[in-house]
Design a protein around this ligand. Structure first.
Ligand SMILES: Nc1ncnc2c1ncn2[C@@H]1O[C@H](COP(=O)(O)OP(=O)(O)OP(=O)(O)O)[C@@H](O)[C@H]1O
Length: 324
């Protein structure tokens, strides 16, 4: 049995070409048991193609995919048994109830008939749909359909769940609840989760690690703190100090910072003094300002969020990433 930190998904040199286009370009990635990994990228980055190769639904041009120890290209059936895949748009039989839809999926998955009904009711309860079991899915909101889609996936007790754009079209509360549910399931059952998304704010809430995927290549991967730390090292630390009144230019106190080697640049913006430093020296800056009679109303240290990270790597695709 796999233990936490054992590799569950392993992609090595994975490449997929459609004609001359490299949809996925020499991708190396390892995802570990119990981990929630966010595959982030704009439309057309190659996320879906990567997922299809993980499921053995499309063959790599080069490289290998292993999921739960199985080669997805050679043993697609074994992989499908271990992996629950939820596509970006889940379809149901609208004239059937939620329970009837789930019973149908459970039978397709070969669950023993004597335990099917109990298992389906338990799974509906797990995704928060116990009270809606007898409602026709035609009456379901998109958020409810998404939960039922998750129930479809969970019915076979998968070791891995792959969710393709799971938060598309759900309202903010629904998104939050759905992601909390995913996190609980992963933590309680040790399920490995891969979420493909271009909604960075959503995945940021739950992912242990993210990979930023652009033009078929994994530009960067790590947890949010590591990624933001590496950006701080590149761009410098920024501290903004707000004074009570607009700062005159030239500012008469500028010379007081000449002794601080860490200060690379000071910019004046209305009431704000913006310091770019080689490392964080916020306390020293504030002390010097107070000693020189400046009245401070606010101090703000810039942290790099996933937004900044995403923007940096998606610069050429920025318009696309903000349209959804
Ligand atoms: N069957 C196919 N034939 C030819 N080109 C394809 C095919 N499938 C995907 N592509 C191309 O491969 C690239 C990657 O597509 P893919 O669907 O994997 O991206 P994605 O990141 O999942 O984007 P989206 O979120 O829009 O689905 C795109 O340029 C796409 O046009």
């Amino acid at each position: 049995m796999l233990q936490i930190n054992d590799p569950v998904i392993q992609l090595k040199g994975l490449t997929k070409c459609y004609g001359k286009k490299k949809a996925v370009d020499d991708l190396d990635l390892t995802i570990y048991k119990g981990e929630i990994f966010g595959l982030l990228g704009p439309n057309g980055a190659g996320k879906t193609t990567t997922i299809l190769m993980m499921l053995g639904l499309t063959e790599p041009t080069a490289g290998t995919v292993h999921v739960c120890g199985y080669n997805a290209t050679r043993s697609p059936i074994a992989v499908k048994r271990s992996v629950g895949y939820m596509p970006d748009s889940v379809g149901f039989y609208d004239n059937m109830t939620a329970l009837e839809n789930l019973l149908y999926i459970a039978r397709l998955n070969g669950l023993p008939e004597h335990e099917i009904r109990k298992k389906c009711m338990e799974t509906l309860a797990l995704v928060g749909l116990a009270g809606d079991a007898d409602k026709k899915t035609s009456t379901f909101s998109r958020g409810m359909k998404q939960r039922l889609g998750l129930a479809d996936v969970l019915i076979k007790d998968p070791a891995v769940i792959i969710l393709d754009e799971p938060t598309l079209g759900i309202d903010p509360t629904g998104v939050r609840e759905f992601l909390i549910l995913i996190k609980q399931l992963s933590r309680q059952r040790g399920i490995t989760v891969l979420i493909s998304s271009h909604h960075l704010h959503h995945v940021q809430q739950v992912c242990d690690r993210v990979g930023i995927f652009v033009n078929g290549k994994l530009e960067v991967e790590g947890n949010i703190n590591t990624l933001s730390g590496s950006m701080l090292n590149e761009g410098g630390h920024t501290t903004t100090v707000t004074l009570t009144a607009p700062v005159p230019q030239p500012w008469p106190h500028m010379a007081i910072f000449s002794g601080l080697d860490a200060v690379k640049e000071v910019n004046v913006q209305d009431k704000d003094l913006v310091f770019t430093c080689t490392h964080d020296i916020t306390p020293a800056i504030v002390r010097l300002l107070v000693e020189n009679g400046c009245d401070i109303t606010g101090v703000h240290k810039k942290d790099y969020s996933l937004d900044d990270i995403y923007q940096k790597y998606f610069e050429n695709n920025a318009a696309e990433t903000t349209t959804h």
